[in-house]
Design a protein around this ligand. Structure first.
Ligand code: S3P
Length: 441
């Protein structure tokens, strides 16, 4: 049974804070997987010690890597190209990134591995992996009823393919590229829209040439013995998606101001800043590292947002993949903004940790906001947020955290139900909420 727990958040007049958020989830997953295959010992500083990433770390340990962890400092001794067969099924918990990226790497191993996860993960689409992996010659079986996990993968040699991605998904792109490391020849993925490029950046940092030509991303495979990855010292930037909760909270309330330090500023992740800028928020962004050194090849810096009466906007097209995880919290900004905000081209939200169009619409309606649902988005008429509501996250961490911010911005308190899921990505969330709201109560 899903644990049911609840927290009541009361309104706050000023959101003020200066924070460092925990490490980037996407980078932490990739760092764990690729250092686990490197030759030699790597260190990962600022690793996200959340449930999702700890599942990935346990998975690579089960596959033969040496792992030592002291909170967010991790030392990984790699297997030198190929994994070792695990003694049983691997459980990835709630993590789509964990299961999809590992499926790519495991497709190229000489043995089969079974992977599974929680009820939410086992309801998410996996045929999007099966199709390209089978084109590469992989053996992959999906034993869930709807083309879903549990899955078994591996045991066949792979050949390179050129694959036009049917959906803009960094997870599927990464799955194909990682399988491509074990193929003979050049694997190319053609993206319908540019998505986050953490895999490409980390592979380059570890010595694998990755070519990008417009929307085509290519790498040369190493064959069945796998890639020669250089062990390295990785510094994981703060997770921009976690910082988004405080950036939006501050942006919506005149007189508020939040600074986030040492946060990842990869342009494929920060489209939220462009949208907040259009909506009228006061923004200042300073890059402290351009991502050309080690540190996983990621730009890092400092963002400050100050609050105002936001205005409605339209969010669509190429912007969507670059703020895909921020759409629930952006919908909260839209509810506070004067006028109408339209989100479209975001049908992928329906297959996240929950159907995030449905859960976001339900969250806003619960506090009296006028929202129209569309197959690929929603239209929100903003202004003020009522409150006095009970919002069930449906076990989706980003809905739970967005509902909590809604409570800070509403006219009366909001009870958020089913909050344990927040531990999958942001274990310090409540502590940080207390910090940014302590001046305004
Ligand atoms: C992720 C990519 C995105 C994102 C997810 C993490 C990644 O998913 O929603 O939280 O680490 O590659 P899709 O690539 O499936 O859109």
């Amino acid at each position: 049974m899903t644990p049911v727990d609840s927290i009541t958040v009361s309104p706050c007049s000023h959101i003020i804070g200066d924070l460092r958020v925990p490490g980037d989830k996407s980078v932490s997953h990739r760092a764990a997987m690729l250092t686990a295959l490197a030759s030699g010992t790597s260190t990962i500083s600022g690793f996200l010690a959340s449930e999702d990433c700890l599942h990935t770390l346990a998975a690579v340990e089960a596959l033969g890597a040496g792992v030592e962890r002291d909170d967010t400092e991790v030392t990984v001794t790699g297997t030198g190209g190929t994994f070792h067969s695990a003694s049983g099924p691997i459980d990835l918990g709630n993590s789509g990134t964990g299961i999809r990226l590992l499926a790519g790497l495991l497709a190229g191993q000489s043995f089969e591995t079974e992977m599974t996860g929680d009820a939410s993960l086992c309801s998410r689409p996996m045929r999007r992996l099966k199709e390209p992996l089978e084109l590469m010659g992989a053996h992959i079986e999906l034993s869930g009823e709807q083309g879903t996990a549990p899955l078994r993968v591996g045991g066949n040699p792979l050949h390179a393919i050129t694959y036009p991605l049917p959906v803009a998904s960094a997870q599927v792109k990464s799955c194909v590229l990682l399988a491509g490391l074990y193929a003979d020849g050049l694997t190319t993925v053609i993206e319908p829209r540019p998505t986050r490029d953490h895999t490409e950046r980390l592979l380059r940092t570890m010595g694998v040439p990755v070519e990008v030509d417009g929307v085509c991303v290519s790498l040369e495979g190493y064959g069945i013995y796998g890639p020669q990855l250089d062990a390295c010292d990785i510094v994981v930037p703060g997770d921009f998606s976690s910082s988004a909760f405080w950036l939006v909270a501050a942006a919506c309330r005149p007189g508020s101001c939040v600074t986030i330090r040492e946060v990842g500023l990869n342009p494929r992740r920060t489209a939220l800043l462009d949208v907040l800028d259009r909506m009228g928020a006061g923004l200042s962004v300073t890059a402290t590292n351009q991502g050309d050194g080690g540190e996983a090849g990621e730009p890092i810096g400092l963002v400050t947002v100050s609050g105002t009466q936001l205005q409605g906007t339209v969010v669509e097209g190429d912007e969507i993949p670059n703020l895909i995880d921020e759409l629930p919290i952006l919908a909260v900004a839209a509810a506070m903004a004067r006028g109408v905000t339209v989100f479209r081209d975001a049908a992928e939200l329906r297959v996240k940790e929950s159907d995030r169009i449905k859960t976001t619409v339900a969250m806003l309606r619960a506090v009296g906001v006028q929202v129209e649902e569309a197959p690929d988005g929603m239209t929100i008429t903003g202004g003020t947020i009522g409150g006095g509501a009970r919002i069930d996250s449906q076990g989706d961490h980003r809905i739970a955290m967005s509902a909590a911010v809604l409570g800070l911005l509403a006219q009366s308190s909001v009870e958020v139900v089913n909050t344990a899921c927040i531990a999958t990505s942001y274990p310090q969330f409540w502590e940080h909420l207390k910090r940014v709201s302590s001046h305004g109560r």
